[in-house]
Each structure stands twice: as structure tokens, then as C-alpha cells.
Design a protein around this ligand. Structure first.
Ligand code: 13P
Ligand code: ZN
Length: 273
């Protein structure tokens, strides 16, 4: 038995491989983090080095004291994770103040957590504040069609949400809160982290203009499924726009209201005008 045989690590590696196979992780593009459950910490802790050096975060993240995160490494290629997890992913434990962390397992040979670690941590914290303990996964991927759309559509949540919802009947059920949209922001720092966390209060998905998807979910299936659904809707929209800027027919506001009733979801009024 190895630590990589544990269910949460297998799920993490499978999601990374699926994202790579979708074409969303060229080179070192994208990153993934998972907040461990207490039971998972217990089953994994015999492999942990609790004496690893403490590393300071640029800014403390309240609300995450003592939490453990499985993370992808900065500059690491998703295509290598399955073959060599020990060097490409690792588990970090935050101290009680959420100001420092130690790498208790993995990230071997001086690897460090993703440069988007501040964004991941702040958005885990935002989800805990908004939804309690249920959200575990934060995922960033370079999805081709969503990125293409950020050159064509106004960078506006209403426009993106409505345009994507109209592409597949189930979209409004899969992401009833819609999608948040951010303008271009420098990657890998606290500005993108803070701006994303502000939107994470209301949305599970944020589109980073000219960069990709940043999303959160309760588990690997739901989070991967969310990115997959959004990217597929974007692909259809790109095909439609490539043929004609004018749709002959679409899913209407009345249709969305019918869907909401039938599937018992609440669709925000701002997306139904
Ligand atoms: P990392 O290799 O540091 O995870 O960066 C990749 C990325 O996509 C930054 O947005
Ligand atoms: Zn990126």
C-alpha cells in the first residue's frame, strides 16, 4: 500500500489526467487543489513529514487554519502527474493562523505549490464562508473555446451566462447561478486571488479573460463535470458564431422558467430578462 493508492489521491490524479486528455493543460497550464477531509488526513498521516520547513504565504488566509491541501506543483506538467505523482503533486498543511504552510508529502526535489496557490486558498476560504464545509475542489484549466469567447463577447456575466445556457438544455441546471467573468488580470498573484474570491461568493465558475476557467465544486466529479459542461457549451457557441452571428432560434426565457420549475432550481432574475 502506498499513499497514492488512497481514494482521494487516485481521484485527484484521474481528474488531472482527464483534464490533460481534454487538451486543457498544455505544458504546465492549469492547476488543481483538494481540501482533505478529516478522515482522509487520518488515513494518509502515517506518510506525512510534520517536521518539514515552514514556508510563509505572502498574506495570511483566515478560515483555513490547520487545513490540509493536495496541490499540483508550480511549473509541473499535468501529463506527468500520473507517471510521477511524488514530484508533481504534494500535500500542504496550513498552520493555525493560515499564514504559513509545510509540504508534508510529495513535491519532491524542491518543487513548490502552484503559483495560483493564493487564488486556490482564498477561494476555498470563500466557499467555506458561503457554503460551509461541503466544497473541496478548486480547479483552473485553459479551456480553448471559453478562452476564444473572451475575445468575442463582452466581458459581462449576463452575456456569458445567457449565451452559454442557451447552448445546451441542461446548462442552466448544471450551473444555475451562472458564470462570473473577470477582465484580464495578471496571473499567479494576490490580485487575481482577491478578485476571484469576491466572485466566488456568488458563482462556482469564474471565467478569467484570455486565460481560462477557474471553478470550485464539492467533489472531483462535480467540479470536472462543471468545467466540461461549460467548455462544451462554449464549443457549440463558437461553432454557431463561426457559421452565422444570427441564431434562427434558441432556448427562450420562458423555456428557462420551465426548466427551473421542472428541475427545482432557482435561476437568478438578472439572467432571465
Ligand atoms: P503553475 O504551473 O504555477 O500552476 O501555473 C500554471 C497556470 O496556469 C497559471 O495560471
Ligand atoms: Zn493558467
Amino acid at each position: 500500500m502506498n499513499i497514492t493508492d488512497l481514494g482521494f489521491i487516485k481521484g485527484f490524479i484521474r481528474m488531472a489526467a482527464d483534464g490533460y486528455n481534454k487538451g486543457w493543460h498544455e505544458r504546465n497550464g492549469g492547476n488543481l487543489t483538494y481540501r482533505l477531509k478529516k478522515s482522509e488526513v487520518e488515513e494518509a498521516c502515517s506518510w506525512f513529514n510534520q517536521n518539514a520547513p515552514l514556508i510563509k504565504l505572502d498574506s495570511a488566509i483566515p478560515g483555513l487554519g490547520g487545513e490540509y491541501f493536495l496541490v499540483t506543483g508550480s511549473g509541473k506538467f499535468f501529463r506527468n502527474i500520473e507517471q510521477n505523482p511524488n514530484e508533481n503533486i504534494g500535500i500542504c498543511k496550513l498552520d493555525e493562523k493560515g499564514a504559513n504552510y509545510r509540504v508534508v508529502w510529495g513535491l519532491e526535489n524542491d518543487a513548490v505549490p502552484t503559483s495560483e496557490f493564493p487564488s486556490h486558498l482564498m477561494n476555498h476560504a470563500a466557499k467555506i464562508r458561503a457554503k460551509g464545509d461541503s466544497y473541496r475542489v478548486v480547479y483552473h484549466c485553459h479551456t480553448t473555446n471559453i478562452i476564444a469567447l473572451t475575445f468575442l463577447l463582452p466581458l459581462d456575466a449576463n452575456v456569458f451566462t445567457r449565451s452559454l445556457w442557451e447552448m445546451i438544455t441542461e446548462c442552466s441546471i448544471v450551473f444555475p447561478d451562472g458564470v462570473g467573468v473577470m477582465p484580464w488580470v495578471l496571473c499567479g498573484g494576490f490580485e487575481i486571488a482577491e478578485k476571484s474570491a469576491e466572485l466566488m461568493k456568488d458563482y462556482d465558475v469564474i471565467i478569467w479573460a484570455h486565460h481560462g476557467i477557474f471553478c470550485a465544486g464539492e467533489d472531483f466529479d462535480l467540479t470536472f463535470g462543471l468545467a466540461d459542461t461549460i467548455e462544451k457549451a462554449a464549443e457549440i457557441l463558437i461553432k454557431v458564431l463561426s457559421i452565422s452571428p444570427d441564431k434562427l432560434q434558441t432556448i427562450t426565457t420562458e423555456n428557462f422558467k420551465e426548466l427551473a420549475k421542472a428541475f427545482n432550481v432557482t435561476l437568478p432574475e438578472k439572467f432571465l430578462n
